[in-house]
Every structure is written in C-alpha cells, then in structure tokens.
Design a protein around this ligand. Structure first.
Ligand SMILES: [Zn+2]
Ligand SMILES: [Zn+2]
Length: 174
C-alpha cells in the first residue's frame, strides 16, 4: 500500500502515513475533549514521515495521558497525530494514531477518509452525555481500553514490558 499524504490546513506541514488501519477508534477521554473540542477520531498506522514543515510541528505531552505525545501544526492548529512512547509501545505496529480529521487536507486523503469505518470507542465511561454515535461499535470502558492497548502495544514485541509496569501506565492517568 502506498503511503498516504496528509497536509494541515495552512499547508506548512506535509506528512506521509504508512499502512493506515481503515477501522478507526473514537476516544472520549478528557484530553481528546479538550484538544479536539470533542471526541478524538484516530486511525492507527505503522509509520509517519514528516515530508515538509517539521519546524511547524508542536509536540505536546499532557499529564492526562503521559504515555503518548501529540503532534499538531503550531500555525493553524490542525491535530496531525499522536505517537505512543517507545518505552511503552514495544510492538512494531500501530504506534502512531493519525487524526481522521486531518485527512480533509487534500483531495486524495479525503477519498481515503470516505472508506474508513468507526469500529471502537475508547473510554466510553468518560463520554459526556451530550452526544452519542449511532454506529455499531465495541464500546470499551476505561479498564477495557487499558486492556486493549496493552495487548496491541506488545503484539509481536521482541521485548514486551511486564504486566506490572504496563498497569502503571494507565494508573498514572488518574
Ligand atoms: Zn498548519
Ligand atoms: Zn482520548
């Protein structure tokens, strides 16, 4: 599959995403509500390459979600993607989560966006009561979300992290 070119609204940042998973996840956590002004829509992918405008990218780590860092355009505010930390995400796959909304920056990526499917909702117990999606999804509680990422992050890993240290990853969110 050829890489997908993504650009932000002001076009200063251009990146390529590799092997995007068409089944995306919605996140209802507090950080998503804050930075996305609503739930976060994210599609996992196996790699991100910045093609242009690296100097415009702000990398932000929140105390609310300490195991990953958010990357956004400092000029126009487009949320580009987030990446799990290397010390937590030991699998070679799915470490990057591209913002589904960022696919609206060019015509080709818009076409890709049309083929995506909402299949999971993370932190469903944190979802505010003022919205709800009609799609049939796996609705994961906070506990189930932790379990889901634990499995995914260690899949096929040469040196998986121990259960106890993984548990602290999510414990630290509180
Ligand atoms: Zn921009
Ligand atoms: Zn979230």
């Amino acid at each position: 599959m050829s890489p997908l070119t993504v650009n932000c609204d002001c076009n200063n940042v251009v990146l390529e995403a590799y092997e995007l998973d068409p089944n995306f996840i919605v996140c209802h956590c507090e950080l998503c509500q804050l930075v996305h002004a609503g739930p976060g829509f994210g599609a996992h992918c196996n790699g991100i390459k910045i093609v242009q405008g690296a100097e415009f990218i702000t990398i932000y780590k929140s105390h609310r979600v300490p195991m990953a860092s958010w990357h956004f355009c400092s000029r126009c505010g487009t949320k580009l993607y987030f990446a799990f930390d290397d010390d937590v995400w030991r699998s070679q796959h799915d470490k990057y989560v591209l913002s589904v909304g960022a696919l609206h920056g060019n015509e080709a990526s818009k076409e890709v966006a049309k083929k995506l499917r909402m299949t999971r909702e993370a932190f469903y117990d944190l979802k505010p009561p003022y919205y709800e999606f009609r799609e049939q999804t796996d609705r994961l509680s906070t506990e189930q979300t932790a379990e889901y990422y634990k499995t995914m992050s260690q899949a096929d890993a040469a040196n998986p992290i121990e259960n106890e240290s993984w548990d602290s990853v999510y414990r630290d969110m509180r």
